[in-house]
Ligand binder design. Structure first.
Ligand SMILES: Cc1cc2nc3c(=O)[nH]c(=O)nc-3n(C[C@H](O)[C@H](O)[C@H](O)COP(=O)(O)O)c2cc1C
Length: 303
């Protein structure tokens, strides 16, 4: 028998597989494919204070080894989520994480205050793209802002707070340490890599927004390296993602240092991806006589 259970700080998951934000909606579109209680958790679509329609289309495009998206945080707003989506999500029987994104510094704490009164299991701060009131610098690439916003959220909630990091920085471990200093309970990485695809016939960018976030198998080596680097830098749990398509990919992240993984783009290709990964992971562990899947976290051997 294999124990697939993992802990992210005090939060317990029945297995390490979490559906990544923005690729699973609030679960409704996916519940017809399999029993969602089979997976470890679901991170909600990124939520904002006010409802958002997102960016103009085209806003998703396939590209080599993955896809680009510039969805632009389309969502019904935090209040609608809490009233109409969260109760249903909580009925799935897996861990539920609210992924939130602010356009102003204060919005993160405002949303966390509302979530604190709910039964959501954890809050994931998407610090990857929004601009701050003080200027146009990307939030997640400024260590002092990461620390400050994490602190501001931790002040208003007792829920576990995960800080989701962008790979579009020079030193991801500096950003992870800033999140830890701000009191984060875990860091999750990576969000998408900024990319651009051009149609040579029209000579236009394929996305209306010009650039977008690159995700899928092509980003995996970058993500694994970043997870390993962050694992070696911080003392808090690391949740790994970026290009996970199957159980072997997920195990690679765990060996690199992730205590749990998130699966994103794969859901758009194979709707049952998360479930398939849980099943194959258990088989792999059985065949390799691994009794506790959590024992793999950070077991990377050095040359
Ligand atoms: C269509 C799409 C929408 C996304 N929306 C969000 C979002 O709202 N919030 C967020 O934190 N990450 C969002 N992401 C990023 C994913 O959660 C994940 O970090 C990234 O895609 C890397 O994982 P993957 O290669 O498995 O997709 C989105 C990704 C995609 C493809």
């Amino acid at each position: 028998m294999v124990n697939l259970g993992v802990s992210i700080g005090e939060l317990k998951l029945k297995n390490p597989v979490i559906a990544a934000s923005g690729t699973f909606g609030f679960g409704r579109e996916m519940e017809k494919y399999y029993d969602l209680s089979n997976i470890g958790g679901i991170s909600s679509k990124g939520l904002t204070i006010k409802p958002r329609l997102g960016n103009d289309v085209p806003r998703v495009a396939e590209c080599d080894a993955g896809m680009l998206n510039s969805v632009g945080l389309q969502n019904p707003g935090i209040e609608y989520f809490i009233e109409h989506e969260l109760p249903h999500m909580l009925s799935y029987g897996c861990v539920v994480i609210a992924n939130i994104a602010g356009h102003q510094f204060e919005e993160y704490a405002d949303m966390a205050k509302l979530l604190d009164k709910t039964d959501v299991d954890a809050i994931e701060l998407n610090l990857s793209c929004p601009n701050v009131s003080s200027g146009c610098m990307a939030f997640g690439s400024d260590a002092s802002m990461i620390r400050a916003v994490t602190e501001s959220v931790k002040t208003v909630t007792n829920k576990p707070v995960w800080v989701k990091l962008t790979p579009n920085v020079t030193s991801v471990s500096e950003m992870a340490l800033a999140a830890q200093d701000g009191g984060a309970d875990a860091v999750s990485l990576i969000n998408t890599l900024l990319g651009m695809v051009i149609d040579i016939e029209t000579r236009r960018p394929v996305l209306k927004n010009n650039a977008g976030g690159y995700s899928g198998p092509g980003v995996k080596p970058v993500a694994v390296r970043m997870v390993n680097e962050v694992f070696n830098s911080v003392d808090i749990p690391v949740i790994g993602m970026g290009g996970i398509m199957n159980a072997a990919d997920a195990l690679e992240f765990m060996i690199a240092g992730a205590c749990a993984v998130q699966v994103g783009t794969a859901n758009l290709v194979i709707p049952t991806a998360c479930n398939d990964i849980v099943i194959s992971m258990e088989e792999w562990a059985q065949n390799h006589e691994v009794e506790e899947i959590s024992s793999l976290t950070g077991c990377l051997r050095r040359w």
